[in-house]
Design a protein around this ligand. Sequence first.
Ligand code: SF4
Length: 664
Amino acid sequence: MQNKINQTKKYCNSLTQYSRYKTREVFIGNIPLGGNNPIRIQSMTTTDTMNTIATVEQTIRMVKAGCEYVRITAPSINEAKNLEAIKKELKARGYNVPLIADIHFTPNAAEMAARIVEKVRVNPGNYVDKKKFDLIEYTDAEYQEEIDRIRERFTPLVKICKEYGTAMRIGTNHGSLSDRIMSRYGDTPLGMVESALEFLRICEDENYHNIVLSMKASNPQVMVQAYRLLINKMEAEGMNYPLHLGVTEAGGGEDGRIKSALGIGALLEDGIGDTIRVSLTEDPEFEAPVAIALANRYKGRESHKPIKEIDESPIDPFVYSRRKSFEILSIGGSNVPGVVADYSKRKIISQKDLIDIGYTYDEPSDKWNLSDAAADLIYLRKSVLPFDCPNGLNAIYDFETWKYLENNYNSYPIFTTKEFAETGKKSSTINFVKLYIDDLSDSFLNKVKNDKTVVLVLQTDNLAGMAEQRRVFFDLLNSEILNPVIIKRDYPSITFENLQLYSSTDLGSLLIDGFGDGVWISVDELKVENSGTYVKNFIKKTVTKEKIVNRLLFNILQAARQRISKTEYIACPSCGRTLFDLQETTELIRKRTEHLKGVKIAIMGCIVNGPGEMADADYGYVGSGIDKITLYRQKEVVRKNIPAQNAVDELINLIKEDKNWVEP
Ligand code: SF4
């Protein structure tokens, strides 16, 4: 199929026909990457690299969980040397998994490791540069001097990799761009791309091509834009290196999975990505199953129902901009995207049934209390609510039910396009109209265009549902249709794990491109029989399907940075540098701060990389020595090396000092 995407916006083969974006093949030990190879799965150990047996045993657990490459931190030359012992022990136990040395700041460790393992990962933000958070103005001559300095320091590693057949990942992180890059490009996707290209050009000059690239960020929107821009810039320079996908500091549990699925999934949807590392604040063997589930979704995707090609994408895929819409009853316009609770398969008996979607009824005062994650709309299909809708919540009924309602208070109809075209009876406030791509006729678009009561509910039954729904948004933009649009996805029978990953990908991919004035998920059957302990515990806590879906929708909106309803945590996945129990501490901090809506807290394992990787956190809790924590207010150190046992209290005191604290 002919590709008609404008070259200046091109970042994938097609926006309407799924196919993998083809990159060059790179050799990493006995497992090649890119080219026609499947999407490879990898992860990183969290053990102390000097502890050979613990690292070997964790590596084996990761391989058994599905990792095809294993990355191990090498903070200094000692750890780099010990990679040899790790490799030997793995071999003795029958494991040949390619190892990757993770390097920050230490070229000598990289040069040592490149002689031992199959791949080294360097961070162009700190391989040569030290991060001082200085915004120095560089003249062109000074900038060039810096590039020359990088060339001098980096070329020996390239030569060693060439000699030993070692692969390399040039892995840019949004949070650790060099001062030089920051001064010229800011912490933008373009800065991330340029940071990698500077190193890549040196490799190319040395005729070394065994390279993989990554553009990670903890904000999935920034991450997606950076990967897209990287491909666009590589194509302009005639390059096609394979891509390693990941969202950094995603955290653990549900948040970690949602953020990862949103960022990684948005790229996979467009055929981008050759290897995946899902990074969770959990034991590394829990990461591979998530990565595998994400990758497996695209097996056979090519056979999806055809979607009409697009001549020209109406959006800039490298810059966020929200689609303009008019406002109807707090939906659309500048309102945050609304959340629809689907109660079509549940009978509502009393007010208590709404507690699952954020509405708590206080009988003595006859008042409703709303949580920060209270749904905005409730779809009841045919089942009439036996009490008045609480303020803030509007009910949606099928048109055939709505037209006979005696009490229309806060109740609105949803039509098929046919019903909408034929009926004489409509609401004077809001009419929801279900829309599939095949309904996009000129007469329909003209009918709704000037009707300020119509909210479209966009649905799909295409295997490439996101691409199809995006295609509809393109048509709406091109036809200047400003009606608000709620994105609806149906998952008739799905496991809990896949629901989390698929819906985050499907809705998140559109939200980060500025599409969607509301979100709606419908699930008939949620399967949990084969789930692990994490899911079973989670389900036990959340109980009903409606509660699970409501929470999921709010979390997707938060991960896409569209609607903030709770505290944001940026937690590193931990590695051999980690100086405290990250999982336990993150949980402790979460328990005490999870009511602080909108506050961003970073929990980072080490002072070497932590501060750089905290991205745009308001507060940082960073390991700075054995039993020592350093607290940050944004990038500024405010409590240095305080004892770990008081550190969480001190963090809370700091939040209180800043008047960002509220009592739970
Ligand atoms: S911030 Fe965390 S994952 Fe990154 S190097 Fe430090 S301890 Fe390791």
